[in-house]
Design a protein around this ligand. Structure first.
Ligand SMILES: [Zn+2]
Length: 281
């Protein structure tokens, strides 16, 4: 088994250490229990105590205080090895869902170049439906269902929904899951707040369906011809130069109920943890 090591590391020095530990534990559960059965990826997520020490083989997920638009999300080192940056501030726990998003996408496509051919999509009367052609989609496992509305919680930590390989099926079949939570009810559907990118078969240029504003209808935009070693890196840079990712983050509805119930659950788990620990004395 190819076990990947992912190190969650706070570069700011201001994030609650207990929350970071709980997040690493929850991401371990998510990867092993929820992601592995669908994507056959195996990883161990742990807390990397010191950002200045990254042992060989570890892919860091760096919690950073500031994330200028061109720097969001997924990256490659000078040796083309994956790592991620997630903006985290002490006053919010929303970063846990972003960390989950980046961990899953790194595992499913470490190089940011994985393409999957499937039936084309188009927008008709404001709705996403199958088109007559075939697209090569960039496999970004969380983007179609990245909204906090699709997120769920593990041991009181909010984590991201993700697509399954059936997302690329030619048609919907009963009982099939297209995203882990069931937020998507057919292949190649994009939940409000999400997006997807593909290569247009005629022009060979990138196009993107954006559904950043849940109140508006989805739109398809041209991104041009990619010019970077990693297509995902290139696409994120293109989106950011147009305010895309920033727009997405701003427009994505916050799921206050999920984060509040996650917080309540964490404090309950903490209280029962104290009671339970007495069994061992
Ligand atoms: Zn993504």
């Amino acid at each position: 088994m190819n076990l990947i090591q992912i190190g969650l590391v706070d570069t700011t020095g201001h994030i609650d250490a207990a929350l970071i530990r709980a997040t690493a534990a929850a991401l371990n559960v998510q990867v092993a229990r929820d992601v592995a059965p669908f994507w056959a990826v195996h990883a161990s997520v742990f807390v990397l105590p010191d950002p200045t020490h990254v042992p060989p083989g570890v892919w860091p997920v760096r919690l950073v205080a500031e994330l200028p638009p061109p720097e969001g999300g997924f990256h490659l080192t000078r040796h083309n090895q994956p790592f991620a940056k997630v903006k985290a501030t002490p006053d919010s726990d929303h970063w846990t869902k972003e960390a989950s998003h980046e961990v899953i996408e790194m595992l499913v496509d470490p190089s940011g170049n994985r393409l999957k051919a499937s039936r084309s999509i188009e927008i008709v009367d404001g709705r996403i439906q199958d088109g007559p052609g075939e697209f090569e989609y960039l496999v970004e496992a969380c983007d179609p269902c990245e909204s906090a509305q699709c997120a769920y919680s593990i041991q009181g930590i909010a984590v991201s929904d993700f697509i399954t390989p059936n997302f690329y099926d030619p048609l919907a079949t009963p009982g099939t899951r297209y995203s882990f939570t069931g937020a998507l009810n057919a292949p190649r559907q994009i939940a409000p707040g999400g997006y997807i990118s593909w290569i247009d078969p005629d022009s060979q240029q990138w196009r993107q369906l954006q559904y950043f504003d849940p109140a508006a209808v989805p739109t398809i935009v041209d991104l041009g011809l990619d010019t970077a070693a990693s297509m995902r890196t290139w696409i994120h840079a293109r989106m950011n130069s147009r305010g895309g990712e920033a727009t997405a983050a701003a427009a994505t509805q916050r799921n206050g109920a999920l984060f509040q119930s996650a917080q309540r659950r964490r404090s309950n788990i903490s209280i029962s943890g104290v009671a339970r620990a007495k069994n061992y004395f």
